[in-house]
Design a binder for this molecule. Structure first.
Ligand code: ADP
Length: 749
């Protein structure tokens, strides 16, 4: 029997050595985990047990080696207990990979194993578990206790594995097998005394655990490899995107530095020439006009870049407000028409299919869209080309929310098919900036697209190279309350209106049908006899403009006279105005815009009658930038004001609080200042305990006027918001309005 046993044990030993070699090879290229270390030690211990067991088998039956027999038997027993302790540590290390777990239970088992080891060693000397009789290994009186103890320890380990099943996941199965095989062997051994089943069983267990864990590990590794491959391909894609973005940005930066330098050079150069020409007023003025134009261009360039970075940072906010569509369209046209005129292009504005006049939306942003499309059309269309802005109302998806369709059509250079999708991306231009004679940054359409998206609208381009382009924007816009909106035109709504037209049957005003209509021939006839007086007259004629205006002025000298023209005859504008027209409206006339023109013309008349609109007034200017303070001081002094200056908000509050009540008629407040900003200063002034604290008009001045700024300054009690550089006409209009309104409300109060 001993020989068979030896062969089995030597086999087991060889398997264990092979296992050990495998373990070294498999784990050599991966970072050693705690569990790998424990598995390694278990293989070593198993090998040591097998060696001890083989030695004891050799000497079994040799009475002279009785002690050696006992000694190595004891080591085998103790080795079994050590393996049990190592196993629970092994399980615990797998648990720790997934979650934090208490080690108390593990320590209890290790403690029990240590006790088992102690008794095994003691047994070498007192024979409680085993002893040697006639040189042969014999089971001792307490052999069964030892077996049951080990069996119970194995059971406790199974319980631990089951409790921790969630953390052990797929490994649980192999771990239970590991326990199961020696547990069966322990029971089996009670009945089979000739063979030792336990040690081959632990070897088998190790092999099973090893194989299952290796399979798990390799499937985990292949998943990790896949993840890694995916991560690599994602990284490559991201790298490509970053490279393209970088390219576009480098391209953009080089074009930007060119675009910024051009107007800056003009500003610096022309200012020098203007200084030299100080004696020649006319030339100096011409130089300064170039400076002014270049500065404006620079400002718009910087605004574009800031706008884009705001949009890229997700700051774009859509502020919904009731507005008149006509205002947005006319104001946009006013900004671009001189560009079209400079190119001798015909600009056609057709809004005859707009049904409603008042909508709810972000009008400055809508204006930005229209201006961008129109200025592109003008830029990319040859001299004498034609640009049409067609605005119509079409039914929306929701019947309560109509859709405004804005089409900007030109017969310019067109865009190649492959570039049509790209042009809505930032910094993209069809022709690279370096070789593009047309100024641009490639940001305009990207900004437009972002705004349109934020408004839930759509933008499309239809273009043919060399033939022209059509950009179509649709924006769903809710309708505003018409009655409420018309209330702001109450003072001019009942003006009596006469229309003089070449073709009365074709003439129309969107939203207005109550006016008298006569033909041009009628008014020009010798026999024309005005039967009633009119407060406003619109002249819609293509012929003899000058004679006609003169004639109308003769007949109706006091009426507001508006010429209805088209941009093509814009060169006659000056003459028409000189002959007596008060204003010119191009393209479709919309009622609300007409009313606004009436109001503007009446206000201008009032203003013109008083150029020193600040005569005798004390104005406090709060501005930290010396140049800005000088500019505003100059404007105010020219209007007759006495100017007081403060360099920051704190100084302004001090000056206000120490002034005689009512001393200051107006405060011009910069917002961004050191020591105390304009917002805080305005709040402090408004909350001061004096009679003029609530009534003194405060006008905010900032570099940009975004809707948020306006709302914020209003909340702090400021009355108006002007953007720098200050436009003198707007300053005059704003201040006149504030001073008139303040005196009315003071009187009312
Ligand atoms: P920019 O005009 O500053 O280059 P945009 O973003 O406004 O930037 O336009 C992007 C590109 O789209 C332009 O560079 C131009 O090539 C093309 N594009 C835009 N509008 C038109 C148009 N109306 N006709 C022809 N090309 C246009």
């Amino acid at each position: 029997m001993a020989r068979a046993n030896i062969i089995i044990e030597i086999y087991c030993l060889l398997i264990t050595i092979a296992l050990h070699i495998c373990n070294i090879f498999v784990t050599r290229n991966i970072p050693q985990r705690r569990r790998d270390r424990y598995l390694g030690i278990m293989i070593y211990v198993n090998a040591a047990i097998l060696v001890c067991y083989t030695i004891y088998l050799f000497v079994d039956g040799m009475p002279q080696y009785a002690f050696i027999n006992n000694f190595f038997s004891g080591l085998c027993y103790a080795g079994g207990a050590v393996l049990t302790a190592l196993f629970i540590e092994y399980v615990y290390s797998i648990v720790l990979e997934t979650r934090k777990a208490s080690s108390t239970f593990v320590h209890i088992i290790i403690g029990l194993c240590t006790i088992a080891v102690a008794f095994d060693i003691v047994s070498i000397f007192n024979g409680i578990y085993f002893y040697t009789a006639n040189g042969f290994h014999v089971r001792g009186p307490y052999y069964m206790i030892n077996q049951v103890f080990i069996f119970l320890l194995l059971l406790l380990e199974i319980i631990y594995i089951i409790v921790q099943r969630k953390a052990l996941k797929r490994d649980m199965f192999s771990l239970i097998i590991y326990i199961f095989i020696p547990a069966l062997a322990t029971i089996g051994q009670i009945f089979v005394s000739n063979y030792n089943l336990l040690y081959p069983a632990t070897t088998l267990s190790l092999v099973v655990v090893y194989i299952v864990i290796s399979i798990n590990q390799s499937s985990e590794m292949s998943k990790k490899n896949e993840d890694l491959k995916k991560a690599m391909s994602d990284m490559n894609a991201a790298k490509k995107v970053a490279e393209t973005a970088n390219h576009s940005k480098t391209d953009f930066l080089s074009s930007m530095s060119h675009d910024i330098r051009t107007p800056l050079n003009a500003i610096v150069g022309m200012t020098n020439i203007a200084i030299e020409n100080l004696d020649n007023k006319k030339e100096a003025l011409e130089n300064l006009q170039v400076v002014q134009q270049s500065a404006k261009h620079l400002l718009s360039l910087i605004n574009d870049v800031l706008d884009m970075s705001m949009i890229e940072n997700g700051v774009i906010k859509i502020n919904l407000k009731e507005f008149a569509l006509a205002d947005v369209l006319e104001e946009s046209l006013k900004i671009v028409w001189h560009l079209a005129y400079a190119h001798k292009q015909n600009l056609i504005f057709d809004a005859s299919n707009v049904k409603d006049e008042f909508y709810i939306g972000d009008n400055p942003r809508i204006k930005q869209i229209v201006i961008n499309l129109l200025s592109n059309a003008i830029k990319y269309t040859q001299t004498s080309g034609e640009i049409r802005l067609i605005v119509e109302e079409i039914p929306g998806v929701d019947p309560n929310v109509p859709t405004i369709k804005i089409s900007c059509i030109d017969n310019g250079i067109g865009i190649a098919k492959d570039a049509q999708e790209r042009i809505f991306k930032p910094f993209v231009r069809e022709i690279k900036t370096a070789s593009n004679p047309i100024e641009g940054t490639g940001l305009g359409l990207a900004i437009v697209k972002q705004i349109v998206d934020a408004m839930n609208g759509t933008i499309m381009v239809n273009s043919q190279k060399g033939k022209g382009s059509e950009f179509v924007v649709t924006l769903p816009l809710a309708l505003a309350d018409e009655k409420k909106m018309l209330a702001s035109y109450e003072d001019v709504r009942n003006e009596s209106l006469l229309v003089v037209s070449d073709h009365p049957e074709e003439f129309m005003i969107v939203g207005l049908h109550t006016y008298d209509l006569i033909t041009t021939d009628e008014i020009m006839s010798q026999t024309y006899n005005p039967s009633k007086t009119y407060q406003a007259i619109i002249c819609d004629s293509e012929k003899k403009s000058i004679t006609l205006v003169r004639k109308i002025r003769e007949v109706y000298p006091a009426a507001i006279l508006i010429w209805h023209g088209n941009f093509a005859e814009e060169e006659h504008e000056k003459e028409i105005m000189e002959c007596g027209a008060d204003a010119i409206i191009y393209g479709t006339i919309i009622r609300s815009y007409l009313y606004k023109e009436y109001q503007r013309l009446q206000a201008t008349k009032a203003l013109l009658s008083n150029d020193l609109y600040l005569h005798g007034k004390n104005v406090l200017v709060v501005e930290d930038q010396v140049i800005n303070a000088l500019i505003i001081e100059h404007l105010l002094k020219n209007a007759g004001a006495s100017v007081w200056k403060a360099e920051n908000g704190l100084e302004a509050v001090d000056m206000f609080l120490n002034s005689i009540e009512g001393q200051f008629d107006l405060i011009m407040m910069d917002i961004m200042m050191p020591v105390m900003d304009g917002h805080t200063a305005a709040t402090k002034i408004r909350t001061a305990n004096r009679s003029d604290a609530k009534t003194v008009p405060i006008v905010a001045m900032t570099a940009n006027v975004y809707e948020d700024d306006v709302q914020k300054s209003k909340a702090e009690g400021m009355n108006a918001h002007l953007s720098k550089p200050i436009d003198p006409a707007l300053l005059k209009e704003t201040i006149t309005y504030l001073l008139t309104n303040q005196s009315t409300s003071a009187r009312k109060g």
